[in-house]
Write a protein that binds this ligand. Sequence first.
Ligand code: HEC
Ligand code: HEC
Ligand code: HEC
Ligand code: HEC
Length: 107
Amino acid sequence: MKKLTILFIATTLVALASMTAIAGNNGPAEIKLSSRMGDVALNHAEHQQLVPDCATCHHEGLEVATCHNCHDTKTGSFKAKQVFHKLCKDCHKNDAGPTKCKECHIK
Ligand code: HEC
Ligand code: HEC
Ligand code: HEC
Ligand code: HEC
């Protein structure tokens, strides 16, 4: 019985420790993506619940969690507008998220 209690406490502590480790690394709960069309409010915390795998969005891993280092607003064939629209809208089409301009771009 005692052994079981200790095992239970140990397991709980390990679980708690890993939960705080993840929570400490989750980034901001709300992210404002600025755009001339009107800023887009990404509820990051909610999307972390909706989208089970971080890598769906963070395809280069979490060490380089910002997108704009590689996807800027003007140049390149993978510019921010293009990749964000693809990523965000494709999932929303299938999963009943917003797909109309003004549902995302709020002036
Ligand atoms: C729906 C897409 C999406 C999902 C899912 C997602 N993120 Fe993010 N995350 C973003 C975007 C967009 C940014 C802002 C990047 C930028 O500013 O260029 C961001 C930013 C971050 C940042 C801050 C980076 C910085 O340096 O400012 C961290 C940390 C982070 N995410 C961790 C996570 C973790 C951990 C998960 C999974 C539990 C996750 N994200 C899931 C889209 C997502
Ligand atoms: C280290 C550079 C780098 C970072 C950081 C990065 N990307 Fe990318 N991304 C690329 C490159 C290069 C491609 C095109 C080649 C490929 O598919 O790997 C790409 C492709 C994509 C695509 C596919 C586009 C298409 O038309 O098929 C999406 C969507 C995307 N990125 C979104 C994001 C998001 C969202 C973030 C931030 C959470 C991010 N990327 C961070 C370099 C990066
Ligand atoms: C893999 C799926 C998936 C991806 C990728 C995704 N979303 Fe969503 N999003 C959803 C779903 C599902 C909802 C609907 C949630 C609801 O109605 O409860 C949603 C809802 C939203 C909403 C409505 C308000 C809210 O938070 O419920 C906004 C704004 C939004 N997403 C922005 C974005 C942006 C910006 C991106 C790209 C950076 C993105 N989403 C990427 C699945 C996704
Ligand atoms: C699912 C949310 C979503 C929807 C729907 C959406 N957008 Fe976007 N849009 C974004 C995000 C996110 C960005 C990238 C912002 C950034 O660079 O951080 C963006 C970027 C842009 C840009 C580039 C702005 C700049 O300052 O460079 C334009 C233009 C644009 N969108 C127009 C539109 C139009 C027109 C529609 C409707 C046909 C639309 N968007 C629908 C999320 C959305």
